[in-house]
Design a protein around this ligand. Structure first.
Ligand code: F6R
Length: 614
């Protein structure tokens, strides 16, 4: 959802900025641009398109600037175009922005009435115009900048530079993520950590209302709305710097053609990394998250809110927690949760699930739940992200940086965390006997091996994907804990191949969707051996009778002989853990279908990885 970067130090700023933007391109790829200190002026290059297009319009050799800003855009206000590309500038002031300025229309009308001329359709342009307006009234640049920022409503992470403050770049945060990286006499800022991992592991996560004033030898952190009065003067504070365990290699393709494929194949490792700390004794995770035995015994309900793939993980979590711990679980799409009349009774635990920790709707839901008095836990992949800082406690997934826009390894890491949580709650509530808990944890210990076996179906899945080239629409069916896997399989296919797909509980087919079925409709059925096998088999018969082509994902291929047109074999495991192995072929099916259609699967159209606006 737009990526911004900034740099000041001894290196070639343009090189650092363009490299950083490449690592943030998953946040948006409608247009890109840079601004840099160029003698007494600011040089700006920007274009519609991707970072490669930006690289192509940069002077060769690149100007030797030591400070600058960069932007990769996911369009909100104003179509993707050269003129709407960031940075936006006027009067020697350049700004890059991630977020939405909600009162921009009102500010723009006022500025136009004062004689300002606008060069773009964006909300962002009001920022340099506003600063320049205050400078025209006689304010020095920095005071004008502070004053202007305090007038903005909405969410923003900003990078600002100006000919009026040479040798400085400014990073401002309110509601949109921004991290500042610390090097030797050099500073970086970015919407997300991977941008500058090759240069530093030391980062400070900015808080709302803060401004970093960065020069080659100094980083000053201040609150914009200081004790001295709004915009009147600095209220300095000391940045908290954390060392990140991720490496630059983790955010590289490492020989794979696509991040998505690399991330699919990383899952045996990332699932184990997520569980490692707790696997021998899941009960330890409860006090580590501040969840006391008293809270657990009094727990009336779990509320989980999340978006997209994380929402599907939440649904798996519902089946696991209700099944193993007998605690009622309400799962809601975060954007719905935040606007309804929340009925959170006493003794509820609220769980947000978010890979990025920056999804605006999920953060809003978490804040709303906290306001209503719930204890908040976030299951989150990014150390230091907003969700992790604001929640009462954090259960980190250890998936490493996820760069592919379509989430894969974060999903299995989330369900790993949820299954362990379900086991821990079940044992602590006395609902899960020790033997059963041990069987499940033993299967979880084997999960990397099981996932490797599921991944071995790759070539078969690729062959099946090749037969789907004329499919215009697909159905994904599952039951019980594998119904969310049907939803996730359908979401992956939509995102990556642009083929319409629906996930459905298999038993619900006959109440409507079966009308869609004819011989042109491939139907993917997730059918593990277990109590729902026979019922799902009947559903296969029903769709087969209407001419559908059935692709079954199963650990019982022999029983599907002559029933399904294609079977994809996965290993058997405990029923609660079957989503792990079943989702793998569906991720691969979407991947291959996307690649075979010539799509850029790492950057599917219209999408951005981190949805930091509402
Ligand atoms: C789908 C996908 C999205 C995200 C959703 C939530 O492949 O990636 O649906 O799952 O935007 O993102 P997080 O988990 O970062 O809150």
């Amino acid at each position: 959802m737009c990526g911004i970067v900034g740099y000041i130090g001894g290196r070639s700023a343009l090189q650092v900025l363009v490299d950083g933007l490449r690592r943030l391109e998953y946040r948006g790829y409608d247009s890109a641009g840079v601004a840099y200190a160029n003698g007494g002026a600011i040089g700006i290059h920007k274009t519609r398109g991707r970072i490669d297009d930006l690289q192509n319009i940069l002077p060769n050799p690149m100007p030797e600037a030591k400070a600058g800003l960069g932007h990769t855009r996911w369009a909100t206000h104003g179509a993707p175009s050269d003129r709407n590309a960031h940075p936006h500038s006027t009067g020697g002031i350049a700004v890059v922005h991630n977020g939405i300025i909600e009162n921009y229309q009102q500010l723009k009308s006022r500025l136009i009435a004062e004689g300002h001329e606008f060069a773009s359709d964006t909300d962002t342009e009001v920022i340099p115009q506003l600063i320049s307006g205050y400078m025209r009234q006689g304010m020095p640049f920095e005071a004008a900048m502070r004053r202007a920022i305090l007038e903005l409503k909405g969410s923003y992470a900003l990078g600002i530079m100006s000919v009026w403050s040479p040798g400085k770049v400014f990073a401002v945060r309110n509601g949109s993520p921004l991290v500042v990286g610390f090097g030797q006499g050099e500073y970086f800022f970015a919407s997300d950590i991977p941008a500058f991992l090759p240069y530093t592991k030391k980062f400070s996560f900015m808080e709302d209302g803060q401004i970093f004033i960065l020069s080659a030898g100094e980083a000053m952190l201040e609150y914009l709305d200081s004790d001295a009065g709004p915009g009147k003067g600095p209220a300095q504070t000391v940045p908290k710097i954390v060392e990140i365990g991720w490496t630059a290699e983790m955010a590289e393709k490492e020989g794979y053609d696509y991040f998505m494929l690399k991330e699919i194949y990383e899952q045996p490792k990332t699932v184990m990394e997520t569980m490692r700390e707790w696997l021998d004794n899941p009960l330890d995770m409860l006090p580590a998250m501040g969840i006391t035995t008293r809270m657990i015994l009094g727990l009336r309900r779990l509320h989980i809110a999340a978006c997209g793939t994380s929402y599907h993980a939440a649904l798996v979590g519902k089946y696991a927690v209700e099944g193993l711990a007998h605690i009622p679980v309400e799962v809601e799409i975060a954007s719905e949760f935040r606007y309804k009349n929340l009925l959170i009774e006493k003794n509820s635990l609220f769980v947000s699930i978010t890979q990025s920790g920056e999804t605006a709707d999920t953060l809003a839901a978490q804040r709303e739940a906290a306001k209503k008095g719930a204890y908040t836990l976030t299951i989150c992949n990014v150390v230091g992200s907003t969700a992790s800082r604001e929640a009462d406690s954090v259960l980190y997934t250890r998936a490493g940086p996820e760069i592919g826009v379509a989430s894969t390894k974060a999903f299995t890491a989330q369900i790993a965390a949820l299954c362990l949580l379900a086991v821990a709650l079940g044992v602590r509530r006395g609902r899960l006997i020790a033997d059963e808990a041990e069987t499940i944890t033993a299967q979880l210990k084997k999960m990397p091996l099981l996932l490797e076996k599921a991944l071995a179906s790759g070539p078969r899945v690729k062959d099946i994907a090749a037969t789907l080239d004329d499919a215009r629409s697909m159905l994904y069916l599952g039951r019980g804990i594998n119904y969310p896997i049907a939803l996730e399989g359908a979401l992956k296919l939509k995102e990556i191949s642009y083929v319409h797909a629906e996930g459905y509980p298999a038993g619900e087919m006959k109440h409507g969707p079966i009308a869609l079925i004819d011989k042109r409709m491939p139907v993917v059925v997730v059918i593990p051996m277990g109590s729902l096998f026979e019922k799902t088999l009947s559903n296969i018969e029903e769709v087969k009778a209407r001419g559908a082509r059935v692709i079954a994902v199963t650990d019982e291929p022999a029983s599907l002989h002559g029933k399904a047109d294609e079977t994809i074999s996965v290993p058997s495991t405990h029923p609660v853990l079957s989503p792990f192995v079943n989702v793998i072929p569906l991720q691969m099916l979407a991947f291959h279908a996307g690649v075979l259609r010539g799509n850029d699967v790492d950057k599917p159209r219209n999408l951005a990885k981190s949805v930091t606006v509402e």
